[in-house]
Design a protein around this ligand. Sequence first.
Ligand SMILES: NC(=O)c1ccc[n+]([C@@H]2O[C@H](COP(=O)([O-])OP(=O)(O)OC[C@H]3O[C@@H](n4cnc5c(N)ncnc54)[C@H](OP(=O)(O)O)[C@@H]3O)[C@@H](O)[C@H]2O)c1
Length: 258
Amino acid sequence: MTHIPVAIFVGGTSGIGRGMVEAFAHHVNGNTHIIIIGRNQAAANESIRSFPKPTESKADSTSPDNDLPIHEFISSDFSLISNVHETANTLLNRLKKVDYLVLTPGVSLLARRKETEEGLDEKMALSYYSRWTFIRDLLPLLRKSNIRGGARVYSVLSAGRGDLGTIQVDDLDLKKRHTIERCRLAVSTYTDLMMQKLAREEPRISFSHAFPGLVRSPMITSSRWWLTAAYYLFYPFFAFFSQTPEVNWTLVSFQPPS
Ligand SMILES: NC(=O)c1ccc[n+]([C@@H]2O[C@H](COP(=O)([O-])OP(=O)(O)OC[C@H]3O[C@@H](n4cnc5c(N)ncnc54)[C@H](OP(=O)(O)O)[C@@H]3O)[C@@H](O)[C@H]2O)c1
């Protein structure tokens, strides 16, 4: 079994995910197989260039690629569940294990409903459905992790901010009764329930759902013009109550290898 940890960051090209992947890479001095998944190749390349160069060079090894401290990017649009399955299948064929799976893909939860060609709201697809699918698909690799305490799965969204009583059981994907607030409550609740269920079913894997607080990431100014205007108008006030993505990483309970 390989001792080079394998860490996957879906949404590692921006904001909280990028803060986490860069902090992680520095924490392990680059000696990890890091896979960033998203759509923005240029941002991923820039981030990867900032990683320390691995000191444990096994570049001349003939072993499979997850024995190597490679830092790479996989381009995939996770708003489509078919792409999530496809990416997972590629990884199932290539990797022997996954030790860390960090999930932060998303668009602002304040965005209007936008249906993907698969009929899901884009926000819900990215913040819940794609994450559920990817975790389920990668379970065979997560079970094979050989790090102390087992593999870690970490989803950044809005832990504890849902409400079971508001769930529309006859309209789980909110096709009929979508509002921004119902959507926020739904994906928060679904993720809490998903992580609890997975933790019961897979006791050797650690599942966490985190709420990062207010983070000054590109998402804050990407959804509505009035939010962008308010952000710049009240920046000093806003800055007082928020954190940068880099600082935020150190405050969450994601445990990198020691
Ligand atoms: N910022 C906050 O204050 C805050 C507060 C609470 C919760 N959150 C949650 O934290 C998570 C991360 O937010 P953030 O602030 O870091 O946002 P961000 O800076 O906008 O980053 C979003 C990430 O999602 C990826 N993404 C977006 N659409 C995608 C798609 N179709 N396919 C694949 N990847 C996609 C982006 O990558 P590409 O552009 O490369 O595709 C990017 O890496 C979100 O779920 C958000 O709801 C944020």
